[in-house]
Design a binder for this molecule. Structure first.
Ligand code: ATP
Length: 269
């Protein structure tokens, strides 16, 4: 027994701080006088999917937007505390939010392609960030991003067609291709499937599964089933507090916090 335990202890490496891709400490968010997020501490692991769950208004999207400083665009919003990505404080005055958002891409609830061609939707980011030296390189980046987003075969013969002419599910994968095209390290997804039908949802979930090999993904979802299907870690928010963060399997079978238990059993929210 002791031997088994000793073997387990030497072979199972405990997660350490250095393994975190994103480290948040004492994060507080205010909208004017409203204290929307209170004292959030979390370590988010690289190349894995972390799901944020919790009842409406608990602060999931607010915290997600802290990770690429999208809250900077809301005048009444104030963020305190620190968020490190690869040990760099993204709230440091030296950090350029535009560069940060290339490193930390975002996919929104409603697919929002630009009113331009499929090609231009994907090429826009790499072009403004100077990632291609010529048209051939840009073509390559666009094709690769569309392949990674699982959309290439459906659109390769009509790259000049309008992005807005695609189905909702295809538009969302186009937005994922747009995020992937600038080679981000983190992809934030705010309820990316809420406007999609079950088939399109399944495709996006499959895609999340594949993208996890190369990207750190954080997803806000109202669907417990989706969190269970796509994530390895789950964080539960309630009334502006992060009440529990755990392995997804444990979270949905034997959570530590009564509020998580009540939420996943549908007792509130
Ligand atoms: N732009 C804003 N201005 C003022 N208050 C806001 C703003 N955005 C969010 N809030 C408030 O902050 C709190 C957290 O909102 P947030 O959208 O982060 O919650 P959520 O958990 O993502 O909710 P939902 O699941 O409904 O999207 C809520 O009380 C909300 O009303």
């Amino acid at each position: 027994m002791m031997n088994n335990l000793a073997t387990k202890m030497t072979t199972t490496k405990a997660p350490t701080m250095t393994e975190a891709k994103i480290t948040a400490r004492n994060v507080q968010v205010f909208y004017g006088d409203k204290h929307a997020l209170k004292d959030v501490d979390i370590d988010i692991r690289p190349r894995s999917v972390t799901a944020f769950i919790g009842p409406s208004g608990c602060g999931k999207s607010t915290f997600l937007r802290c990770i690429n400083r999208m809250n900077d665009t809301i005048a009444s919003c104030r963020v305190e505390g620190s968020i490190l990505i690869d040990a760099e404080n993204i709230y440091d005055t030296k950090v350029d939010p535009v560069q940060l958002r290339a490193k930390v891409g975002m996919v929104f609830q409603k697919p929002n392609p630009f009113p331009k061609s499929i090609y231009e939707n994907v090429a826009y980011g790499p072009r403004i960030h100077g990632l291609a030296r010529n048209k051939a390189e840009l073509d390559e980046i666009v094709a690769t991003a569309l392949q990674k987003a699982g959309l290439w075969n459906e659109v390769k013969d009509r790259l000049d067609a309008a992005g807005t002419g695609l189905s909702g599910g295809q538009q969302q994968r186009l937005c994922i291709a747009r995020a992937v095209a600038v080679s981000p390290e983190v992809i934030l997804m705010d309820e990316p499937c809420s406007a999609l039908d079950p088939i399109a949802t399944a495709k996006v979930e499959e895609l999340i599964h594949e993208l996890r090999e190369n990207f750190t993904i954080v997803i806000v979802t109202h669907s417990m089933q989706q969190a269970a299907r796509v994530s390895q870690r789950t964080a539960m928010f309630h009334l502006g507090n992060l009440v529990e963060e755990n392995d997804t399997d444990k979270m949905f079978t034997n959570p530590d916090d009564q509020r998580t238990q009540d939420y996943i059993m549908g007792r509130f929210g």
